[in-house]
Ligand binder design. Structure first.
Ligand code: ATP
Ligand code: MG
Length: 568
């Protein structure tokens, strides 16, 4: 391909609303343009990279026994009502109507559609296991679209769904998909970690996220050298013991005009670790009282999973007042009746704790679990924090890094087959629910994540298998007959061997061509200049190397070297 024939609108400066290095570089390199907030156009160069990433993923999906399909982008409401997600998905779901006022949504993911397909087509155990996957646009009305294609409202996802006769077979296949995802990350050249994405509360790890390590990542991961890794939202917290004190008698103290834990702590000369923080939530509309230590924070995701609730929100003032019989700010566990109490593993270990007294302007001192209050459930419901011990080896402190989630593998079990009645007949002719797994990768997000990990001051540095072209050939002056002849010959020879070549035939200064080549990040550059050519030489340089990496070779040697590198 010749530069002058291709739409590659490179820019010296990124637009001011590009908020992250990958977005800046993708726009500057002429890969993408923004149409509206969260919506991007892929230009020829960007699409070439996208297709390469798609192929890396497709190879792995096929190797894992998957079959590629293509589902519609618009789904009828009825299917989403069947699973209850029409309501649960909330504002992230784009909804629309046709001319007959029938309701639809734009695909944010496709469990409903694929389960519907399978329930109609699969009848017998003989047709299982089955894995279907697709590359398709996904639409999510994200509250905060940002970071270019990293968090967009429309993005390309590879979504895969597997169907099994039982849990054991799902378990077996989950490992195959886990390995396939690991291979994708390796082939993309990522520094990454596969981390647990589900809390231990549910029993075992049934979901893993593939995290690309980058300071700009929106997620935080907690990990340990022993091999443990989890999304920090979901990382398991061990109970923290406190020195056991002799139980003192319960005491009511006037705490007039002091509200927040820290203020009450100061006033009572007690440290926040001694506090029982009492929060009242509504889980699917039902009030629950949640207790954690004063220095800990409630993890609403763990709470939601523990309660199996679709929706968790902090209770309104009226509910708090009716449960505690006191104004806001004085809630505590002692004496509460008729409401479910959930306590964190660490809070019940505090001896002689401090809590609200459920009475205006009063707190209680010397509150002890079992003697003064009880909980319906004692479980891990807090957020992990610095200083927490690794829940796996139970020796080292957990460490924390930022990460970009590019992929997610999930054991769904019978969640969707149950609500949509997707069944098969087993060897005895008995009807059973199909057991499912689902596996997503953000293809467009992979592009951005790659650039976050692989760039320098001059631009993008693509891996050999992801780059839009294998090599860029830069004739310093394409109008010069001898240079043109060498360029054209090199181009012909390389392309005949299947090498993807970009020739920068623009009538521009060499400096500008070098800058753009670095910006676009093509892994190899062959420069053809007058002086070197007189001596029978061209320059070969890898994008990763500095000037000192330049090799002077004959055009023939340069071409053989490139062919060797790409194994053509
Ligand atoms: P996140 O926590 O980042 O919102 P998610 O948990 O909603 O992600 P999944 O539903 O598991 O994501 O989707 C599978 C993959 O799709 C993600 O791992 C990610 O790579 C990609 N993805 C999700 N949302 C977006 C988005 N708004 N823009 C681009 N890619 C996305
Ligand atoms: Mg999301």
């Amino acid at each position: 391909m010749f530069f002058t024939k291709m739409l590659i609108p490179t820019l010296r400066e990124a637009p001011s609303d590009a908020d992250i290095i990958s977005a800046k570089l993708m726009i500057r390199a002429g890969m993408i343009r923004k149409l509206a907030s969260g919506f991007y156009e892929f230009l020829p160069l960007g699409l070439k990279v996208l297709r390469k990433v798609e192929n890396i993923i497709r190879e792995e999906m096929n190797a894992a026994g998957g079959q590629e399909i293509s589902l519609p982008l618009i789904f009828p409401k009825d299917l989403w009502v069947e699973t209850g997600r029409w309501n649960i998905y909330g504002k992230e779901l784009f909804r629309l109507k046709d001319r007959k006022e029938a309701e639809f949504c734009l695909a944010p993911t496709a469990e409903e559609a694929v389960t519907d397909l399978v329930r109609k087509e699969i009848k017998s155990y003989k047709q299982l296991p089955l894995m279907l996957y697709q590359f398709g646009a996904k639409f999510r009305d994200e509250i905060r679209p940002r970071f270019g294609v990293m968090r967009a409202k429309e993005f390309l996802m590879k979504d895969a769904y597997s169907f099994h006769s039982d849990e054991a077979d799902l378990e077996r296949y989950y490992k195959i998909m886990f390995d396939a995802y690991t291979n994708v990350c390796r082939k993309c050249g990522f520094k990454f970690r596969a981390v647990e994405a589900a809390s231990g509360a549910i029993g075992g790890s049934f979901s893993h996220e593939f995290m690309i390590l980058a300071d700009t990542g929106e997620e935080e991961i907690a990990w340990c050298d022993c091999g443990y890794g989890a999304n920090s939202e979901k990382a398991e917290c061990l109970p923290i013991s406190q020195p056991k004190e002799e139980s003192l008698s319960l005491e009511e103290v006037l705490t007039h005009n002091v509200g927040a834990v820290e203020d009450v702590a100061k006033f009572l000369e007690a440290s926040p670790e001694k506090f029982i923080k009492t929060m009242i939530y509504k889980a699917d509309g039902n009030p629950v009282v949640v207790l954690v230590r004063g220095d800990h924070e409630i993890n609403e995701i763990k709470l939601q999973i523990l309660l199996g609730a679709d929706d968790i929100v902090l209770a309104d003032e009226q509910t708090v007042v009716s449960i505690t019989n006191s104004p806001l700010g004085f809630a505590g566990p002692v004496g509460l009746k008729g409401v479910k109490i959930i306590a964190d593993l660490s809070v019940v270990k505090i001896s002689n704790a401090v809590s609200g007294a459920n009475k205006k302007d009063y707190h209680l001192k010397n509150v002890n679990y079992n003697r003064d209050y009880n909980a319906d459930i004692v479980a891990d419901i807090r957020k992990v924090m610095h200083g927490d011990i690794c829940p796996k080896c139970k020796k080292e402190n957990l460490r924390f890094s930022r990460g970009i989630e590019v992929g997610h593998v999930f054991k769904l079990g019978t969640k969707y087959s149950k609500s949509m009645n997707a069944t098969y007949l087993d060897t005895n002719g008995k009807e059973n629910l199909i057991v499912m797994g689902c596996y997503g990768i953000g293809v467009t997000r992979i592009l951005a994540a790659t650039i976050e990990q692989s760039h320098d001051d001059n631009g993008i540095i693509w891996t050999d298998n992801m780059a839009p072209f294998n090599v860029v050939v830069i004739p310093v002056n394409y109008a010069d007959a001898k240079i043109k002849e060498t360029t054209d010959k090199l181009y012909k020879e390389l392309t005949s061997k299947g090498i993807d070549v970009l020739v920068d035939d623009r009538d521009e200064r060499a400096g500008i061509k070098f800058k753009d080549a670095d910006l676009i990040g093509i892994p190899y550059r062959i420069t053809i200049g007058e002086k070197n050519l007189e001596k029978g030489h061209v320059e070969l340089k890898a994008r990763r190397d500095g000037k000192e990496g330049i090799k002077l070779l004959s055009p023939q040697e340069a071409s053989s070297e490139i062919i060797r590198i790409f194994n053509k």
